[in-house]
Ligand binder design. Structure first.
Ligand code: SF4
Length: 301
């Protein structure tokens, strides 16, 4: 039996759903029941009636799905698919700043470990960060772990005092302004669409800044036919499916996340067959980490 057919058969037998992030390989997006950004997938995971959730993404995504579905089996097809940025803040430092600052909210990008979420007040994704931070009553915002997304939010919310953490996504920070300028010079009529995990100099050159879903939506609605994409290149699959007559250019070969790309059809099949690899979260930490996730799902409505 062919790989895809076997996956579909096993999925039915186990009452499983497959969730995939836009950054995973094309063939994995193709077999997924739902493809989307972190916010959309977190919502789907929460609403799902499936017994098994196969999360084609990285560890923090599987953990978030498990936290909102403690009684379900959540599988991460590749054990080592993890996001380095998710570990670029420490619980100790968050606690220290909490003790030092009055009127503080700890805002945690969803790309973070469950331990970081457990000491945070609210989670955000790149699609809802500005809306959520604006709605908080606190003057001081400790934004963890991504400094680039944090600084982008600060530029839109000058009335608040931001404290940053030196976290970053190595894929987005590897997109350099010099390469973008060269690409712009080559494709003069193309609009630049950038993700806020990119550095400030890339965002300054962008015509549109948004999350993966917002970039896809913008390109669909735009009257422009040609775009330069400053985010992970897995997004091209959805961009091209939604707008088959438009042209999309990337900037460099560095725009690929090795952790996202480690998920394969074979690993998805093996996951469904052998329960590879079950995501488990410590009960006490899960209770604390659920609060900021639920607050995000509530405030982002
Ligand atoms: S693209 Fe960046 S933020 Fe996303 S999983 Fe990979 S390393 Fe983490």
């Amino acid at each position: 039996m062919r790989l895809k057919e076997e996956i579909v058969k096993l999925k039915k037998e186990r009452n499983a759903i497959i969730l995939a992030h836009y950054y995973v390989a094309d063939e994995v997006q193709e077999i997924a029941d739902y493809v989307g950004d972190s916010y959309y997938l977190a919502k789907i995971a929460k609403e799902s009636t499936a017994d098994v959730i196969v999360f084609c993404g990285v560890k923090f995504m599987g953990e978030s799905a498990k936290i909102v579905n403690p009684n379900k089996i959540v599988l991460l097809p590749e054990k080592n698919a993890d996001c380095p940025m998710a570990h670029m803040a420490t619980v100790e430092n968050v606690k220290k700043i909490k003790n030092e600052q009055d009127d503080l909210a700890v805002v945690c990008y969803i790309n973070s470990s469950v331990e970081l979420k457990s000491v945070s007040d609210v989670c955000v994704t790149s699609s809802n960060a500005i809306k959520i931070v604006k709605s908080l009553p606190n003057k001081n915002i400790l934004f963890i772990p991504d400094e680039n997304l944090g600084r982008y939010c600060q530029s839109k919310i000058p009335e608040k005092n931001f404290i940053f953490n030196k976290g970053y996504c190595h894929v987005h920070t590897a997109i350099h302004a010099f390469d973008l300028m060269k690409t712009k010079a080559k494709y003069k009529s193309a609009l630049v669409l950038a993700h806020p995990e990119c550095t400030g100099d890339i965002l300054e050159l962008a015509d549109f800044i948004g999350s993966t879903s917002q970039i896809i939506e913008f390109s669909q609605k735009s009257t422009c036919n040609e775009f330069i994409i400053a985010t992970e290149l897995g997004i091209l699959y959805e961009l091209k499916s939604k707008s088959p007559n438009k042209i999309f250019h990337t900037i460099s070969e560095q725009q690929s996340c090795p952790d996202m790309k480690s998920i394969t059809l074979n690993s998805v099949l093996s996951s469904l067959k052998n329960n590879n690899y079950q995501v488990n979260v410590d009960d006490v930490i899960a209770i604390d980490a659920l609060k900021p996730l639920e607050k995000m799902l509530d405030l982002a409505k």
